[in-house]
Design a protein. Structure first.
Lengths: 202, 210
């Protein structure tokens, strides 16, 4: 791990790193600062932003308050330790942290932890590609805009599936809707998202 | 990795993402995701949607000491890193192997196997098939997922190379034959014992737990 503790001046001096980093959201820049400089202040800001949202996600998923609080601590600690895996070419900060939270919640419900894919190659060795990082940021923004435009029941179905981690069968029980309707609402929500994204970013 | 043509079926991938997939199949999915950029990108796209929903969520109030507790926890030593991929074996397979090379058992005809896990939910094994050799013909009860880790095999469903996954369901009889060149190494998960048609393999089944 030691070689990845590049001091910030050294990263900036390479120049090539600096340009794409400027195009990142504040959260993305904080993730990079945690990844490359083990920056505690940046981590504190990520905690302030994400911890309450993660707790809401865990509470909506049915955890008790104390358990939800513990899980949030676990997830954010994994963010700290796995920061070396954060790749702004492939994920924005929110998506990457969501993935960690999703895995953590899955493992809580399993007898054995879920088998995980290989970690990505050492990111310190990769040249940042500004175009790709900017494109990903834009995609994340478009996605948020498209989500805001969904019909309420479609947005709710997506939230139940992704955010609350409620199995489709359980959504069906809760809403009294047939399972097929629940599945088609999620599917319609996703299709509508795709359509909206095409409109915004042809 | 490019050129992968046979992917994990959607319902299996969904079950992996929601955590309901039995362990044996989960290892095959994780190994495929390690080799297949397309499926990996799909998972990342799903996480982007989850991330966007997370951003829009109203936060829940944390306990008063949450931040302090968090910052103190950063002092603890980092957890052990997962085992690294080695040779043809992705990290998830290395984990099942306990970080050691496979300890093959001979099945006859040059075919070798190692059972990695076997429980009521399913079994997972590595198979080693010399070039040009056939795996004994077998039908299935339940489902079988077979991922090629090295070399290739082909059967009535087509040719399968490193990263490709073959899905076999009930009542499908198939006879995979390893391609030329390197020996074929596969990772196979099943949710029920295999049925072999030839008499001897059937007798061996309880002994080899296949």
């Amino acid at each position: 791990m030691a070689p990845s503790l590049v001091d910030k001046g050294a990263v900036d001096a390479r120049g090539v790193d600096q340009q794409p980093m400027e195009d990142l959201s504040e959260l993305g820049r904080d993730m990079i600062a945690v990844r490359d400089s083990r920056d505690r202040a940046a981590f504190g800001r990520l905690f302030d932003h994400f911890a309450p949202r993660l707790k809401a996600m865990m509470l909506r998923g049915g955890l008790r308050d104390g358990t939800a609080e513990d899980v949030v601590q676990d997830v954010m600690l994994a963010v700290w330790h796995k920061a070396g895996q954060f790749d702004p070419h492939r994920a924005d900060a929110a998506g990457w942290i969501y993935g960690i939270a999703r895995n953590r919640r899955i493992d809580m419900a399993r007898r054995r932890p879920l088998a995980q894919p290989d970690e990505m190659p050492d990111l310190e060795s990769l040249e940042p590609d500004a175009d790709q990082i900017i494109a990903l940021q834009q995609e994340a923004r478009h996605l948020a805009e498209a989500l805001a435009r969904l019909a309420p029941e479609q947005a709710e179905a997506l939230r139940a599936a992704y955010f609350d981690d409620v199995p489709h069968s359980r959504i069906s029980e809760m809403t009294g809707l047939p399972l097929g309707t629940v599945k088609s609402r999620i599917r319609l929500g996703l299709e509508r998202l795709r359509h909206e994204l095409k409109k915004i970013a042809p | 990795m490019t050129g992968i043509r046979h992917h994990i079926p959607d319902d299996t991938l969904d079950a992996y993402h929601t955590g309901t997939l039995p362990h044996a199949f989960g290892v095959v999915v994780a190994a495929h995701l390690s080799l297949c950029d397309q499926c990996r990108a799909r998972q990342e796209a799903e996480d982007m949607i989850g991330g966007a929903l997370l951003q829009q969520a109203n936060g829940a109030a944390l306990r008063a000491d949450a931040r302090e507790r968090m910052m103190a926890a950063l002092e603890a030593p980092p957890p052990k890193l997962p085992l690294r991929a080695s040779g043809p074996f992705p990290s998830a397979v290395m984990h099942e192997l306990g970080g050691r090379p496979p300890r093959w058992r001979m099945l006859g005809g040059g075919i070798r196997q190692q059972i990695l896990t076997a429980d009521r939910e399913g079994s997972l094994r590595l198979l080693y098939i010399p070039p040009g050799k056939a795996v004994p013909e077998h039908g299935h009860r339940g489902q079988e997922l077979t991922l090629v880790l090295q070399g290739s095999f082909s059967d009535s469903a087509g040719a399968f190379h490193r990263g490709d996954v073959e899905v076999a369901h009930d009542e499908i009889d198939h006879q995979p034959v390893a391609g030329p060149g390197e020996p074929c190494i596969c990772l196979a998960a099943t949710d029920a014992p295999l049925r072999f048609h030839a008499l001897i393999p059937r007798l061996l089944q309880p002994i080899f737990r296949i």
